[in-house]
Write a protein that binds this ligand. Structure first.
Ligand code: UDP
Ligand code: MG
Length: 342
């Protein structure tokens, strides 16, 4: 059994060695092979030099350096593609993800039978109020408009089986929102909690602008609900135009003069409602194109009979069953009879 830990790094020269030293302590307690897969996400400081140095002195350090800064999502994908362990983990290099939790994660998968053990922060201490408020708003919104449930405070820190990692990689979409992808693929996930800790050094790489773009992207990637606005507006306008038309009729019948505005407004609203209805229909097709171009798998397998493990710990591969054609069997029997052997 081998564990690969994917570690995205962007301008983290101050953190890497501290991270490596802390992880080495944990690694000693893990009863399996281990490899680091550092991803240098186009850093402009000494990040790559430090990783290179580690790779020279420790055979279990592997790395991928990207040609420029592509963002954390791209770095995660690059690392997951590179990792070839039976268990694949993902963690930040700033020690905000406590390394010793890896032992519980390992236990959750190997002894607990989970496909994945993930972490969420139980609080947001140390984070600015406005950032926390927006984060909460984001989780509320995405969970309302999307089919996947994104656990509030979920970190990317997790350990997964090979099967789940392959499932995550089988989603070929380019705009990747990992928090959503990890939920979308399903599988049994155990959640562990920990208190928020500060980065060991350096500063966060997420500006408010970047975070907002990330949140909007997440909603766009996992929900087609905004497309429904056209239908909703269409219905509202139609109801308003109908209401005004009824009002105009009653108004006229009761002997009042109906002004130009009272005639024009319901007509405009009615025409606009038709246009929005048309856009709503277009939206339905756009939704289909959206899902088809994502080309997500239609289903993912959790287990088959090949995964049954015997007491000796060996995976039982089912023997291929040879099915004989009735005519062949008859011909075989006839041949042996004519040979005089029967
Ligand atoms: N990171 C990355 N590429 C980026 C931004 C961040 O690989 O463009 C890495 C970063 O080096 C760190 C992790 O992603 O290991 C989390 O980043 P950060 O600590 O800045 O995020 P926060 O913890 O504040 O959400
Ligand atoms: Mg961090």
């Amino acid at each position: 059994m081998k564990i690969s830990i994917v570690v995205p790094c962007y301008n983290e020269e101050e953190c890497i060695e501290q991270y490596y030293n802390a992880m080495e302590e944990v690694r000693k307690k893990l009863p399996s092979d281990f490899e680091y897969v550092f991803v240098d996400d186009g850093s402009s400081d000494a990040t790559l030099d430090i990783i290179r140095g580690l790779a020279r002195s420790d055979k279990s350090v592997r790395y991928v350096s990207l040609s420029r800064n592509f963002g954390k999502e791209a770095a995660i994908l690059a690392g997951l593609k590179e990792a070839d362990g039976d268990l694949v983990g993902l963690m930040d290099v700033d020690l905000q993800d406590p390394p010793e939790m890896l032992l519980d994660m390992y236990d959750g998968i190997v002894n607990g039978g989970y496909d994945c053990v993930s972490c969420r922060r139980s609080d947001r201490k140390g984070e600015s109020r406005i950032r926390s408020a927006f984060a909460r708003l984001f989780y509320r919104m995405i969970n309302r408009v999307s089919n996947v449930h994104i656990t509030s405070g979920a970190r990317d820190y997790r350990l997964m089986t090979r099967r789940m990692t392959d499932a995550v990689l089988s989603l070929s979409e380019r705009e990747r929102f990992s928090k959503g992808i990890f939920e979308w693929v399903g599988y049994n996930t155990k959640w562990l909690e920990y208190k928020n800790t500060q980065r060991v050094a350096g500063s966060t790489k997420w500006s408010f602008k970047k975070l907002t773009a990330y949140a909007v992207n997440g909603i766009e990637d996992f929900s087609t609900a905004p497309l429904k606005f056209n239908f909703i507006l269409s219905v509202l306008m139609f109801v308003a135009s109908l209401g005004l038309a009824v009002f105009d009729t009653v108004w006229a019948l009761t002997g009042h003069a109906v002004g130009a505005a009272l005639i024009i407004v319901p007509v405009v609203l009615f025409v606009a409602s038709l246009l929005f209805f048309g856009m709503g229909i277009l939206g339905e097709y756009v939704k289909k194109i959206f899902y088809e171009t994502k080309a997500r798998p239609v289903f993912l397998v959790r287990e088959t009979e090949k995964d049954i493990v015997t007491e000796a710990g060996r995976v039982v591969a089912s023997e291929p069953v040879s099915v004989k054609n009735v005519d062949d069997v008859v011909a075989e029997v006839a041949a042996t009879v004519s040979d005089g052997r029967e």
